[in-house]
Design a binder for this molecule. Structure first.
Ligand code: UD1
Ligand code: CA
Length: 434
């Protein structure tokens, strides 16, 4: 499409009260601004992001995931404000879509009605019973006459419920003509992009309002807005996956990262958290389990298990209070209370309750390898690096420090001693000879 996109992200985000730039605050696992950029790249090959506050940091977070983005440093000292942000950008196409970096819910589909309209300026609006925080839009005879920022509103204007959603499609020549004419004669002493509307209207230009859903155009200014946007994003992600064949019990309690994917028949019980680019295939993730950037296939996990980054769990049953980190488990049963880190465990092996891989000596991490059909008794410590070959039994309570050969038993225990009547002598209780 012959449209250039400018994404505004140079503001300080004062209302977030945060060291972290507003547009880097995460929503469903990704910096807020990633969503706006993803949407922009779906409709344009010419995307410019305007930066100023913590510009380097934001640029780094963007180039980590996106290619072909142009960055523009706003002349914030002389031209603060959304109008200042759009100045001096040489866009390639003659229609320019301006998006705010703090609108994570906007999609290409939601922008479609704006892109289809013809006008000197086409802009998004919605009606809100409580319009506070947004610029008020004066509409007469079906066209926009002016946008007035809340801080500049008379009490009468404040009552207008039609607000500026913050997305505009400009003819390039409209920007070229009016940007140099902006002034900062307003409550915030800023150059408002929104002031172009009034000037353009006065010269008989057509400014077309397009009513949009708040669900896609919500702006994030405070952490309260952030939480609200997160809820809306989660709602969207969950719906998508339920429609794709994932059963969710009590969906409102489930958190799914926007990069996670599901395949085949999956079930997520209440309170499940799926983080990062996890891939879950034909598996049942039970209540209050946390999956962090892991790959789970044909398995059941939880309740209350934690599968950490770099883990691959296939054809396995992982039970409560089992933590798995950077390990590959294939056809494994680990039913209760274990830590399996930097391990590779093969088919048919059973990990008893309380088994711990001691993978860290305070300096380095080491690997534990367990072959097929190994029976690891309860309360075993596997001090890595260590290799257990196939068909091995490890007796309960064993501390394994040496490799174990195929077919053997490993046992390390202090022999049990019985001291008769010890209890009664110690406490001076019962017993005939008390
Ligand atoms: C802006 C609109 C308001 C609209 C609202 C919708 C103006 C003057 N007001 O208000 O009418 O209802 O969005 O969400 O445009 N930014 C810069 N450089 C700056 C200042 C801001 O790039 O000097 C960026 C911010 O990073 C942000 C976006 O512009 O992504 C909007 O800025 P913000 O301060 O949030 O504007 P609002 O007060 O929400
Ligand atoms: Ca805003």
């Amino acid at each position: 499409m012959n449209i250039s996109v400018i994404i505004l992200a140079a503001g300080q985000g004062t209302r977030m009260k945060s060291e972290l730039p507003k547009v880097l605050h995460p929503i469903s696992g990704r910096p807020m601004i990633h969503y706006a950029i993803e949407t922009a790249q779906r409709i344009s090959d010419d995307v410019t992001v305007v930066l100023f506050h913590q510009a380097e940091r934001i640029e780094k977070e963007i180039t980590r995931e996106f290619e072909g983005i142009r960055f523009k440093l706003q002349d914030h000292a002389n031209y603060p404000g959304t109008g200042g942000a759009v100045m001096d950008i040489a866009t390639r196409h003659d229609r320019v879509l301006v998006l705010n970096g703090d609108m994570p819910l906007v999609t290409a589909e939601a922008l479609e009605p704006i892109l289809q309209k013809d006008g000197d300026i086409v802009m998004s609006v919605f009606d809100l019973p409580d319009p506070s925080g947004y610029g008020r839009v004066v509409v007469e005879n079906g066209e926009v006459q002016a946008i007035v920022e809340e801080k500049d509103c008379t009490p009468e204007l404040k009552r207008i419920e039609t607000v500026n959603a913050g997305v505009y499609l400009f003819k390039k020549e409209v920007l070229d003509r009016y940007l140099p004419l902006l002034d900062n004669d307003n409550a915030q002493a800023e150059y408002y992009l929104t002031d172009i509307v009034k000037m353009a209207r006065e010269e008989g230009r057509h400014i077309i309002p397009v009513w949009v859903e708040e669900a896609a155009f919500k702006g994030v200014n405070s952490r309260y807005d952030l939480a609200h946007a997160e809820e809306m994003m989660q709602e969207r992600i969950r719906e998508r996956w339920m429609r794709a064949g994932v059963t969710m019990h009590l969906p409102s309690t489930i958190f799914i990262d926007s990069r996670a994917t599901f395949h085949g028949d999956c079930t997520l019980d209440n309170g499940v958290t799926i983080l990062g680019a996890s891939v879950v295939t034909a598996s049942h993730i039970k209540s209050h389990t946390v999956v962090e950037e892991a790959d789970i296939k044909n398995s059941s996990v939880g309740p209350m298990a934690r599968i950490r980054p770099g883990s691959v769990v296939i054809d396995s049953q992982i039970g409560n209070f089992v933590e798995v980190k950077k390990s590959k488990l294939t056809g494994v049963k680990a039913g209760h209370l274990s830590y399996l880190g930097d391990a590779e465990i093969e088919e048919g092996s059973n990990i008893g309750a309380g088994t711990i891989t001691c993978n860290y000596d305070g300096r380095k991490k080491y690997k534990t390898k367990i072959g097929r059909n190994v029976f690891v008794g309860s309360d075993t410590q596997l001090v890595a690096p260590v290799t257990i070959e196939d068909n091995v039994m490890i007796a309960a309570g064993t501390t394994v420090t040496k490799d174990v050969k195929e077919g053997s038993l490993a046992i390390s225990r202090t022999p049990q001693k019985i001291v008769e009547r010890f209890f009664h002598r110690f406490f001076g209780t019962g017993g005939e000879n008390g």
